[in-house]
Design a protein around this ligand. Structure first.
Ligand SMILES: NC(=O)c1ccc[n+]([C@@H]2O[C@H](COP(=O)([O-])OP(=O)(O)OC[C@H]3O[C@@H](n4cnc5c(N)ncnc54)[C@H](OP(=O)(O)O)[C@@H]3O)[C@@H](O)[C@H]2O)c1
Length: 238
């Protein structure tokens, strides 16, 4: 039986992915700050879910989480970092910038590193990060979020390269969603996927151990455009 850890599984993509993994007979550790939501998920299948109330921005507790899981589970096959925040920040207020940097950059780096070293020691493992289509270019409404996602995407590609060269069998996948209908998506927008459909596609990409996957698939087309569109044109739409 395989073990998975999903960091940030109280809602949205992380919660939905945990459901799919449990349906495939994984034991799934789900984390997040909202204890009540974790409990509600556990009640749906108490034997398969393990809950850990955990704030990723408490960096020391990230280390504790991994040593606890080493003792409790011995091995972990799959680790997904789904935690993320990012509010519009028109006035560039530091109070809004900082939590995004803490969660999407500093804590992400902490967890990616802990996961990679865990897998190195264990000899195998699959790390999945959820960056975003936002990783490709800048955006004037939410600068720290877009920049943090570029950081994640580049970090994950670096880990993918390290994994390829490692003696251990380490896979790394960068998931790049467009718009998914979770609490994170704001307002009416185009090509908004249901959480179920997006997560089903994410799970397929994970099973195929893809290096990178655009979610839903049609966002691969937007990614292509974003990579070539000149800034003088991009800023008119941003
Ligand atoms: N929805 C979209 O359109 C979209 C598009 C591209 C990328 N993404 C990315 O997908 C990932 C999942 O987001 P989502 O759409 O599923 O939104 P969501 O429903 O808001 O889920 C975010 C998750 O992050 C967790 N989280 C936030 N801060 C945390 C902290 N300090 N410590 C631990 N966990 C924390 C939340 O748990 P607690 O609040 O309980 O701590 C929650 O489980 C994010 O990285 C997001 O950037 C989403």
């Amino acid at each position: 039986m395989e073990n998975a850890l999903i960091i940030g599984a109280t809602s949205g993509i992380g919660k939905e992915l945990a459901k799919l993994l449990v349906a495939d007979n994984y034991n799934v550790v789900i984390t997040g700050r909202r204890e009540k939501l974790l409990q509600e998920i556990k009640e749906t299948n108490p034997e398969k879910y393990i809950t850990k109330v955990h704030d990723v921005t408490d960096l020391n507790s990230c280390e504790t989480l991994f040593s606890e899981l080493k003792k409790e589970l011995k091995t972990i096959d799959l680790i997904v970092y789904s935690s993320g925040v990012g509010d519009p920040n028109y006035k560039l207020e530091w109070e809004k910038e900082f939590p995004t940097l803490q969660t999407n950059v500093i804590a992400a780096t902490k967890i990616y590193g802990l996961a990679y070293r865990f897998f190195r020691k264990q000899g195998y493992g699959h790390l999945v990060g959820i960056s975003s289509i936002a990783s490709i270019r800048g955006n004037r409404h939410v600068p720290p979020y877009f920049a943090s996602k570029a950081f994640q995407a580049n970090y994950l590609e670096s880990l993918w390269m390290k994994g390829k060269r490692s003696k251990a069998k380490i896979s790394v996948t960068d998931i790049q969603p467009g718009f998914v209908d979770t609490s994170m998506a704001i307002g009416n927008t185009f090509w908004m996927s249901t959480t179920e459909k997006a997560t089903q596609q994410i799970y397929t990409a994970i099973k195929k151990k893809k290096k990178k996957a655009y979610i839903t698939k049609r966002w691969g087309f937007i990614a292509l455009l974003l990579k070539v569109v000149p800034s003088w044109l991009l800023y008119k739409f941003s």
